[in-house]
Design a protein around this ligand. Structure first.
Ligand SMILES: NC(=O)c1ccc[n+]([C@@H]2O[C@H](COP(=O)([O-])OP(=O)(O)OC[C@H]3O[C@@H](n4cnc5c(N)ncnc54)[C@H](OP(=O)(O)O)[C@@H]3O)[C@@H](O)[C@H]2O)c1
Length: 315
């Protein structure tokens, strides 16, 4: 509920943050550690992880009786086998993360005709496989080591998956990325159903633009047409994005957006997703379903204009 603040206790717990060497994953790891939650940072690049750990350890400890630990592991989460081995290492080092953030992800915004097969593979591997592998290999690992514990006796665990607002509203330029984020939305619904008997809570984050190294990289290939359809959008700082995620998790929400437009667009695909201000969402959803074809017509008109102009320039 909007007035609640107690649904995301992290003090004394252990969290695994995948995609924690930069961007919002790094901010999440920092905030967890500052709240006395032990954190395990994972990404592919060891040097960036080391720098991040050094930075976090250098911050003043604000929590009284700070006992949290910090560790980092370099691992490509898009490789299932590598993550199976990582879970074994994590357990061998005495960690049992009960909170898992799947933040790894990146977009190569281009028109469909400009995408390469490497771009397509990266879209699937970095956005979908990373989360799928982390959650599936982790769950199987726990099943194997807790064979004799009945599911209802498992401790509370929490998975937070980073999708994107383009999952609700896919548009031109995001064919390499948006379908994977929609796959994560769908995966989160099924995990919420299947893992509940094992005491898992599953949340899915649908951020709008926020400032990060990944966001800067995106701007390099983003087509003009994509920018026009997207409209003016000032990215919020990733630190602020992390705060919003924590705040909404603490309120008990499991479908998380980071700006008003994200919340509105989320109303277009309510389905069986957990809701936030559900009554209002149904009303907005009604208007979106009425005006959806008009919005789509507007997008189609922009695209036609763009291609007509391009053809004229080539003639
Ligand atoms: N920034 C935005 O505006 C925005 C908007 C909507 C949604 N999102 C989503 O929010 C999440 C975080 O975005 P961000 O902008 O903070 O990203 P970012 O700056 O690009 O950081 C991505 C992180 O993931 C790690 N990573 C990438 N591939 C990996 C792999 N295969 N295995 C392990 N780690 C991997 C990266 O480190 P290495 O390269 O060292 O592995 C890095 O630490 C992503 O899922 C993104 O799609 C972002």
């Amino acid at each position: 509920m909007w007035f609640s603040k107690s649904n995301f206790p992290v003090d004394g717990k252990t969290a695994l943050v995948v995609g924690a060497s930069q961007g919002v994953g790094a901010d999440i790891a920092k905030k967890l550690y500052q709240q006395n939650c032990s954190v395990i940072l994972v990404a592919r690049t060891q040097s960036k992880l080391d720098k991040q750990v050094e930075y976090i350890l250098g911050l003043p400890k604000t929590h009284v009786n700070h006992t949290a630990k910090i560790a980092c592991y370099s691992c490509d989460a898009s490789s299932y086998e590598d993550f199976v081995n990582l879970w074994k290492q994590i357990t061998a080092h005495g960690y049992d993360p009960t909170i898992i953030f799947c933040c790894a992800g990146s977009s190569v915004p281009k028109l469909f005709s400009d995408l390469t097969s490497q771009d397509l593979d990266a879209g699937i591997n970095i956005n979908y496989r990373t989360a799928l592998n982390v959650v599936h290999s982790g769950f199987k690992h726990l099943l194997a080591i807790n064979e004799s514990t009945p599911p209802q006796n498992w401790p509370l665990r929490h998975i937070v998956i980073f999708s994107s607002v383009v999952s609700f509203f896919p548009f031109v330029g995001y064919s390499q990325y948006a379908p994977m984020k929609a796959a994560l939305e769908s995966l989160s619904v099924i995990l919420r159903q299947e893992l509940k008997p094992y005491n898992y809570r599953v949340s899915c984050v649908f951020p709008g633009n926020f400032q990060s190294e990944g966001f800067d990289e995106e701007q390099k290939t983003k087509p003009e047409l994509t920018k026009i359809i997207e409209g003016p959008s000032v990215p919020i700082p990733s630190d602020e994005c992390a705060d919003m995620v924590f705040d909404q998790l603490a309120k008990g929400y499991d479908t998380i957006t980071t700006d008003f437009i994200g919340w509105v667009l989320g109303c277009s695909s309510l389905g069986i997703l957990p809701r936030q201000w559900g009554g209002f969402q149904v009303i907005v959803s009604f208007f979106l379903s009425v005006f959806g074809p008009v919005i789509n017509w507007g997008i189609g008109r922009e695209i036609k204009k763009h291609f007509d102009e391009k053809r004229k320039r080539m003639d």
